[in-house]
Design a protein around this ligand. Structure first.
Ligand code: IMP
Length: 419
């Protein structure tokens, strides 16, 4: 019997999904992406060679895996063709046997990119035309792939052979007992309905988005995994209760300079901006798509519990645990204080969240480099305490814990909820 596993970002995107998706793809017959467009981006390293993906699932690097771009996506044809060329030039095959685009995915048009660059500034969008394309979809005058390929646009002719009714292919694979991986882009807190509106993307990265964005019923999904960094980041503007430092400090920072000893000491003496800088520099927190420095903060447990609830998570993937090494104290936000009152649930009102002050639980940090640790038992005691405390608070099992970008830097915690 095959399984259908859904993997999504539990925070504001950039949780390191790419690596985990790549790991799961080894056992997947099919990988299906259900939302967003080339606002997403991740890098996969295979045998020392870096591959950058914005649209196509990294399953194309695996022989015999079928890769689907779902109807919930918005696709820029020239970006897609560029990505396809990049992949084939490195010796991989892309054919209509291993790559399929939904006939009802929407096509991003040049004027939508221009509109996004103009109108999206306040939100800090990626400027790829994502929002305006979804607006056209909802307004019911968007351009779908099946219509696009009827035009004489040269890109349309090149994509024609890949465009099919994907709901049949995906449901067919599930019904035939294949392993199907469903991949969300961005993260739950950027969801148009459930995220930190209006500072969100225009699609549904949450688990429900997989059903609408692919055309499958919820009962066909066997396990839902949420990926969370051991801290949290966000790009662009918006509510961020556990942010360390502020946006202006972050933007003014020179990304090429490493950390100095004084800065690490400053962080360990309680300077919040420097704590955030340690996370940014050690975690290499700069956008794959936009190169922007990411805003950094402590793990927001309140937001994580919310994410667990709205996604119905069966398991949690923790990434970048190694980035915390060297910090004397590690904090987890377990409640907010708003107007003198303690709240333990995630408020959806923008102003309430903007005014929320985090209430932290503090853990002792560890000094050891944990990037080559292979099992939970080998971790320093302080790292174990942090992970155990976090899991107890969140109430959901760990599926995977990652301590570095390579495939080997991964601890499998619960096989039952993976393939
Ligand atoms: P848009 O998706 O380009 O419309 O941007 C809307 C918001 O989502 C902005 O704050 C972006 O920075 C953010 N965003 C979009 N895609 C990603 C992503 O893949 N990772 C992190 N943030 C993203």
């Amino acid at each position: 019997m095959g399984k259908t596993v859904l993997i999504l970002g539990g925070q504001w995107g950039d949780e390191g999904k790419g690596k985990v998706v790549d790991l799961l793809t080894e056992k997947a017959d099919m990988v299906c992406r259900y939302n967003g467009g080339n606002n997403a981006g991740h890098t996969v390293v295979v045998k020392g060679v870096k591959y950058k993906f914005h649209l196509i699932p990294s399953g194309v690097l695996h022989k015999n895996t079928v890769n689907i771009l779902g109807n919930g996506m918005v696709i820029d044809p020239s970006v897609l063709l560029g990505e396809m060329e990049g992949i084939t030039s490195k010796g991989f095959t892309i054919s209509s046997d291993n790559f399929v685009i939904s006939s009802s995915a929407h096509v991003i048009q040049q004027e939508q990119i221009e509109e996004d660059l103009e109108m999206g500034k306040g939100i800090g969008t990626t400027g790829r035309g994502i929002g305006p394309c979804y607006v056209a979809k909802v307004r019911r005058n968007g351009l779908r792939m099946n219509e696009f390929v009827k035009t004489d646009d040269p890109n349309a002719q090149k994509l024609k052979e890949f465009v099919k009714d994907t709901y049949l292919i995906i449901n067919g694979a599930i019904d035939n007992g294949q392993n199907v991986l469903l991949e969300g882009a961005q993260g739950a807190l950027l969801d148009i309905d459930h995220g930190t509106y209006p500072y969100v993307t225009s699609s549904n990265p949450i688990s429900g988005g997989a059903c609408t964005g692919l055309g499958i019923g919820p009962k066909k999904i066997n396990s839902i995994l949420g990926v969370f960094k051991a801290y949290i980041t966000r790009v662009g503007a918006g509510q961020f209760p556990t942010e360390l430092g502020n946006e202006e400090q972050t933007e003014g920072e020179d990304r090429d300079n490493g950390l100095t000893r004084e800065e690490i000491e400053g962080a360990n003496n309680g300077d919040e901006y420097l704590q955030g800088k340690v996370l940014r520099k050690q975690g290499m927190e700069y956008g794959t798509t936009t190169k922007r420095p990411r805003r950094t903060g402590w793990f927001d447990g309140v937001a994580a519990k919310y994410s667990i609830m709205i996604n119905g998570l069966d398991g949690i993937v923790i990434t970048k645990l190694d980035v915390l090494s060297g910090l004397k104290k590690i904090k987890v936000c377990i409640a907010y204080e708003v107007d003198g009152k303690k709240i333990e649930t995630f408020p959806l009102d923008k102003d309430t969240l903007l005014n929320a002050k985090p209430i932290y639980k503090e853990y002792d940090g560890w000094d050891e480099d944990i990037s080559s640790v292979k099992s939970f038992d080998e971790l320093p005691d302080k790292a174990k305490d942090y992970l155990k405390g976090l899991q107890e608070y969140l109430g959901v099992p760990y599926a995977v814990i990652s301590v570095g970008p390579d495939r080997e830097q991964t601890m499998i915690m619960d096989k039952k909820i993976l393939f």
